[in-house]
Design a protein around this ligand. Sequence first.
Ligand SMILES: *Cc1c(COP(=O)(O)O)cnc(C)c1O
Length: 336
Amino acid sequence: MAPYVPGEQPLPGEKVVKLNTNENPFPPSPRVLEAIRNIDGEQLRRYPSPKADAFRDTAASVHGVSADMILAGNGSDEILAIAMRTFLGPGETLAYPDPTYSLYPVLAESCETRVVTVPWETDWTLPVDALLGTSARAIFFANPNAPSGTLVPRSRVRDLALAFDGLVLVDEAYVDFADDNCIDLVRELPNVAVCRTFSKGYSLAGLRFGYAIAAPALVAEMNKVKDSYNCDAIAIVAATAALADQDYARGTWSAVRAERKRLSVELTRRGFAVIASQTNFLLVSCPGGKAAEQYQALKRKGILVRYFDKPGLADKLRITVGTAEQNDALLGALPG
Ligand SMILES: *Cc1c(COP(=O)(O)O)cnc(C)c1O
């Protein structure tokens, strides 16, 4: 099978402006580091809480749901893998709009699950009827989507979920930078699961923590499938501290949104066509379609962005919104 291809990671000590894997450019909340420092040996000697109870309680209160609607995982990639193993099996079908997160087909293949893809409609509108026509057992998509950065309105996700009798998994990895989210749908509908990560909005990609929010019955099934101790004691403490410090996280989200706006204006001025983004990255078409060349030219100058050599994306670059300094370095390295 073909593996997932992650964005390149610089070697330790290598000096690059890293705008290729959508990490938050700001450090995590100081309370996270403090919580990690306060861990004692006893917490490491023992097994951690199997379902990350402290985290579930905090997430339940932040989102206004019950704790049995929260499933914690070792990154939201693990949540996606657990959902796949719980709800899809050999010979069954997963459907998703294309392009979206390129991990979905890899997870499906590892479960011998068939994949049916449906192209997005014009302007990245969710192709509800075509998805319903696939007779899939589950539909996954990222919202906001990657790599487009676009957000499907909650009402359209609701239309899909109401008409579908399988699982609709809404991967909200970038939702912290967006104007809306689908948590209300989880409260209303038994077949919607939302998944979240600490890698983007909470500046903790190195920690590995993510979670799902779904009806208690869905969470109960996923709990049967997950490893007994899938989240370690350090990650549980750190993620709980990060989620509890909403004020700090919100500060980074609004700084990223302000830079997103500036970067988008400046890139447009330089001849790039920028898709309106609800995330911490921009998908841009390069002048003259020369994305591969532009990617290489930036790389030579020590600036990493993401290039996908795929149909529909080969003329585009995906650029993570960095700090003001990083974005200035990018803009300074571009022609015009
Ligand atoms: C980054 C990302 C994830 C993975 O998050 P982790 O918690 O780091 O595993 C999931 N879905 C999408 C769409 C992402 O971009």
